[in-house]
Design a protein around this ligand. Structure first.
Ligand code: IMP
Length: 193
C-alpha cells in the first residue's frame, strides 16, 4: 500500500483528515506515527510558501510523499491582516475574547466588515516538485463573539449567506463549507486522478 505523510501534530486536524482518507487505498501517516517532533520555521510571506516549507521538509526528512496545510484569517479592517500571522496575533492578547473585542472594535470604527479564511495545502511528491491546492471562505466579522464549536477565530466569523458564526455551526456543517475542506477536496481529487 502506498504511503502518504500529513505533516501535522495537530490532533483535531489529523482526526479530520484521517476520516476523509478512510476510503482511500493508501496508508496515511502523521508526524506522531513517525516520532517526528521538529518542525521547520514558518517564515514564508504567504500561506502557500509556509505550506511548501512544511511539505518539502517532511518529504526530505522521510522520503515519503508529504502534504502540509497552512491557514488563517484575513480581515478588511486590519488591511487584510493577520493572514499568515493569525496564530501569533491571537496569542498576543491575554485571552481570545480580548482579541475578538479588538477586531470587532476596529471593524466598527472603520465600517469595514469583510473577512475571509484561507487554507493552502502543499503536496511534495519528489525533490523540488510540489503542487498547491487553495480553499477560501468569504464572510464578515460579527457584531459580537458567539458560539462554542470550532476553534480560533470561529466565534467572530459569519460565512457569506449565513446568519450564524462558524462557532455556532456544528463541526459537520462547518466542514461542508470551510476553507480547509475545499482545499482538501482538491487534494483528494488530484490524488484520485
Ligand atoms: P493553521 O495554520 O491551520 O494551524 O492556522 C493558524 C491559525 O489560524 C490558527 O491558530 C487559528 O487561529 C486560525 N485559523 C485557521 N483556520 C481556522 C478556522 O477554521 N477557524 C478559526 N480559526 C482558524
Amino acid at each position: 500500500m502506498k504511503k502518504l505523510l500529513f505533516f501535522s501534530n495537530n490532533k483535531n486536524k489529523i482526526i479530520e483528515i484521517k476520516k476523509i482518507f478512510n476510503n482511500f487505498n493508501l496508508e496515511l501517516l502523521s508526524l506522531n506515527d513517525l516520532n517526528i517532533s521538529e518542525e521547520p520555521e514558518e517564515n514564508g510571506q504567504t500561506f502557500e510558501e509556509n505550506a511548501k516549507i512544511k511539505s518539502d521538509y517532511g518529504f526530505i526528512k522521510t522520503g515519503i510523499p508529504c502534504f502540509a496545510d497552512d491557514s488563517g484569517i484575513c480581515i478588511e479592517s486590519l488591511n487584510w491582516k493577520p493572514g499568515v500571522l493569525s496564530k501569533r496575533f491571537l496569542n498576543k492578547f491575554k485571552s481570545n475574547e480580548a482579541c475578538f473585542d479588538n477586531i470587532i472594535q476596529s471593524t466598527k470604527k472603520n465600517s469595514k466588515q469583510n473577512a475571509y479564511f484561507k487554507t493552502s495545502i502543499s503536496l511534495t511528491i519528489k525533490d523540488n516538485q510540489n503542487v498547491i491546492f487553495n480553499g477560501k471562505i468569504d464572510g464578515k466579522i460579527s457584531e459580537q463573539a458567539k458560539g462554542g464549536f470550532g476553534f480560533g477565530y470561529d466565534p467572530i466569523f459569519i460565512p457569506k449567506n449565513y446568519n450564524k458564526t462558524l462557532a455556532e455551526l456544528s463541526t459537520q456543517e462547518k466542514n461542508k463549507i470551510s476553507h480547509r475542506s475545499i482545499a482538501v477536496k482538491k487534494l483528494i481529487s488530484f490524488l484520485s486522478n
